[in-house]
Design a protein. Structure first.
Length: 141
């Protein structure tokens, strides 16, 4: 797996950090999150892809097709959640923003792209000084 997961009910958030882009692993991460014993329905998510470069094919049309064909069941489990996607470049911000636009009509979810960790934490109501613990005891590899 190219990601680590940390679920923290104390701040109502699941954190996912990616080490490389592998198509389909976004869905794999969601499936592992919802199977985690600490996960609660409606828990917020912070996806961190600052360390990777996203492929150019991730545009509005790609995300629209992806959501229509793959994500209906997972969407129901994420209702009531805030989903922040943290990226490392302006180009990747445009891709993540396209993802947020595609899901704008999905009731029960609110998704936003970010380039700054503090801004993402603020939106998710997580203290700025909070440390994400991706220690092996808490993560999925």
């Amino acid at each position: 797996m190219s990601f680590q997961i940390f679920v923290d009910p104390d701040v109502n958030c699941t954190f996912v950090r990616y080490s490389k882009f592998v198509q389909g692993e976004g869905l794999s991460a969601i499936n592992q999150i919802i199977q985690n014993s600490r996960f609660r329905h409606g828990m917020n998510i912070l996806r961190d892809t600052r360390q990777i470069v996203l492929p150019d094919k991730l545009d509005y049309a790609w995300f629209k097709n992806d959501f229509e064909d793959i994500y209906p069941r997972e969407h129901l489990l994420m209702q009531g959640s805030l989903f922040a996607w943290l990226v490392g470049s302006p180009a990747d911000y445009a891709k993540a923003h396209s993802w947020a636009l595609v899901t704008r009509t999905m009731s029960g979810q609110n998704r936003r792209a970010f380039r700054n960790m503090d801004a993402a934490k603020d939106w998710l109501d997580i203290p700025v000084n909070y440390t994400i613990n991706y220690a092996p005891d808490y993560s999925t590899k």
